[in-house]
Design a protein around this ligand. Structure first.
Ligand SMILES: [Zn+2]
Length: 230
């Protein structure tokens, strides 16, 4: 497995209304999943935007790319996917989870508890016939060379995936940060003291040093086409 084997899936776009962007303008945002053939089978991170209530549809105006079509473009079929990870359980990350009845879906236990407490996501996308969630308590190697690492921030139960390849590792960050630029600032905050800077300094995310310990060649995101490289 090589870092170039990690493929991005275009799962669609939505329009964040001006009321939420702070710029006075609406903003078009993308939704990306990722696939890679690992020694333990094909891994998929996130399954796209689910159907939501009419009010949310009208607010975000989603344009969905069906997961099957996105996988096909990557030369894969849903049947070939053997491991599914959700970075978290908001509707824009679990849309095609029901497609994977009977196959393991990995999320943090804490995230599942939040999602089931209500008013958080689309319940039908979460609990369907054959849903087989593997609930993780913290960092876990879910398959050979595939590490799930908690990356709380966007939500408490957020997690990212680190794929350790022959030529380095790739971090599938999900929504650990919305953009590569935010990741970049957080990574520098983590390194600031080591670079010789003195207080006052920004507080890095508590997980950043753990993720950077994998020495990633690149970090990819759920809502940003930009890629972080060291
Ligand atoms: Zn999202």
């Amino acid at each position: 497995m090589r870092t170039d084997d990690v493929r991005r899936l275009d799962l669609g776009t939505f329009v964040r209304p001006a009321e939420e962007t702070g710029t006075g303008q609406p903003r078009v945002e993308a939704v990306y999943g990722y696939v890679v053939r690992t020694p333990g089978g094909v891994l998929l991170l996130d399954t796209g935007m689910g159907e939501v209530d009419a009010e949310t549809e009208a607010w975000y105006r989603p344009r969905r790319v069906p997961l099957d079509a996105a996988l096909r473009r990557a030369g894969l079929t849903p049947e070939e996917v053997s491991l599914v990870v959700n970075c978290h359980l908001h509707f824009d990350h679990i849309g095609a989870n029901p497609r994977f009845a009977g196959r393991p879906l990995f999320c943090q236990r804490r995230e599942m508890e939040t999602a089931r407490s209500g008013d958080y996501t689309v319940p039908a996308l979460l609990d369907f016939v054959g849903a087989t969630y593997e609930l993780l308590d913290g960092e876990t190697e879910i398959a050979a060379h595939v590490h799930v690492v908690p990356t709380p921030g966007h939500v408490d139960g957020h997690q990212s995936v680190v794929v350790v390849c022959e030529d380095g590792s790739v971090v599938l960050a999900g929504q650990a940060h919305d953009t590569a630029s935010q990741w970049s600032a957080d990574a520098l905050a983590d390194q600031a003291a080591g670079l010789g800077h003195e207080e006052p300094l920004p507080e890095p995310s508590p997980w950043m040093s753990r993720v950077l310990a994998f020495d990633p060649r690149r970090v990819v995101f759920a809502h940003d086409a930009a890629v972080w490289t060291p």
